[in-house]
Design a protein around this ligand. Structure first.
Ligand SMILES: [Zn+2]
Ligand SMILES: [Zn+2]
Length: 380
């Protein structure tokens, strides 16, 4: 296998605080979960080269919080792809999860990251709309300049050397060089999210309006843990999720939330620079096959705005990020009740479902062929 290197953009909580050692750089204030409900600052040890980034090269992402966040990225960490993957597998999930689940994650994390290094899945903002009554966009890696991936949930969670455990190392080494490809040999754009909510979503609900090989919508019975006793469910989830993910209500499969109309108006102004007056009602204009809303009409006393796609809708309907846009919206007068399914965009592998498959004895090949129909495992 060729020696690939990857450049990771690291956000810090304020100016970076660094200490340099022989084998690693200690970063005392790495920011994780930026803008999400689990946001916090971590002390991490980064292998490879660490250098400062010129933030003036950043470009803007229209109407999104990510604009501010991206301006704060000041570090770039360049390291071998396989070392990066060892860190990612332990950072994304609890390294005490089943080895077959971690192997499945190793293959998709490698496929996705290599796709970024090689530019195999170019992303751009074609399809963005920004008119007086319509704002449609998404945050892909088009806004990442000078590095391949960021270190946060936006790309893949990378938290340096500490999360590496013997089982995470084994998962990477057992699958060394293995990636997912389409039958013609091209890399699968192997997306994944925390919990699809019972049906997976298609690419175009979240990003550009095109269909992508091996990313289809189908029923997923594996993330429904309602058949398990509370004790077994807690044990399963704590063997899969990081501590800070366990606080998520109902592990994201089913949940309920409320947001006041005043907060919706404030979010629309603060995050998107738009105002339609007092919020009157919300109307779902289009949903993807999993039920995720990708076009929402906001009716206000001064007009309407059509907002998409799913991530921007999640940002509108929460003070951080709503778990998912697969919501039924009920008007309570001064607020909306949101009854939702799923956690994340729901495209590709469902992490909770995949981990549950592994617990039931399926191996990583079974898991990958279930979540990426038509894909094959290829050694590079
Ligand atoms: Zn990113
Ligand atoms: Zn699922």
């Amino acid at each position: 296998m060729a020696n690939y290197y990857i450049k990771v953009g690291i956000k810090t909580d304020g100016s970076p605080v660094l200490e340099h050692y022989t084998d690693y750089t200690l970063v005392k204030n790495m920011l994780i979960g930026d803008g999400f409900h689990w946001q916090r600052s971590l002390e991490v040890c980064l292998p490879g080269e660490v250098s400062l980034y010129k933030s003036s090269e950043q470009s803007e992402i229209i109407g999104s919080d990510a604009t501010e966040a991206d301006r704060n990225i000041t570090l770039i960490n360049r390291l071998p792809l396989e070392t990066y993957l060892e860190c990612v597998v332990g950072s994304e999930m609890n390294p005490s999860a089943s080895i077959e689940f971690l192997k499945a994650h190793a293959v998709i994390s490698r496929s996705w990251a290599l796709g970024k290094v090689l530019g195999a899945h170019p992303c751009n903002d074609s399809g963005y709309k920004n008119t007086s009554d319509c704002l449609i966009g998404w945050d892909d890696t088009a806004g990442h300049h000078g590095f391949d991936v960021c270190s946060d949930d936006h790309c893949q969670r990378y938290q340096g050397l500490q999360p590496i455990t013997p089982i995470a190392l084994q998962a990477i080494r057992d699958t060394a060089g293995e990636v997912l490809t389409v039958a013609d040999g091209s890399l699968v754009d192997a997306r994944f999210s925390k919990c699809c909510g019972g049906r997976t979503e298609v690419f175009s609900t979240c990003w550009q309006s095109r269909s992508v090989s091996c990313l289809e919508s189908f029923d997923d019975p594996w993330c429904d843990l309602s058949g398990l006793s509370a004790d077994r469910r807690r044990k399963l989830l704590s063997s899969i999720l990081k501590d800070y993910d366990l606080v998520t209500e109902g592990y994201g499969y089913r949940w309920q939330n409320e947001i006041s109309k005043t907060t919706v108006r404030e979010n629309l102004w603060r995050r998107f620079g738009r105002d339609v007056g007092e919020i009157l009602r919300l109307e779902s204009l289009h949903r993807g096959p999993s039920g995720r809303i990708d076009l929402l009409r906001i009716h206000g006393t001064r007009g309407t705005l059509d907002l998409g796609k799913e991530l921007w809708i999640r940002r509108l309907l929460s003070s951080s990020h709503l778990y998912s846009s697969a919501v039924d919206i009920e008007d309570l007068g001064s607020a909306f009740r949101l009854t939702g399914r799923g956690w994340g965009h729901g495209v590709g592998l469902c992490q909770i479902g995949a981990a549950n498959m592994a617990v039931h004895g399926y191996n990583y090949r079974n898991i990958l062929s279930f979540y990426y129909p038509g894909a094959v495992i290829t050694s590079i």
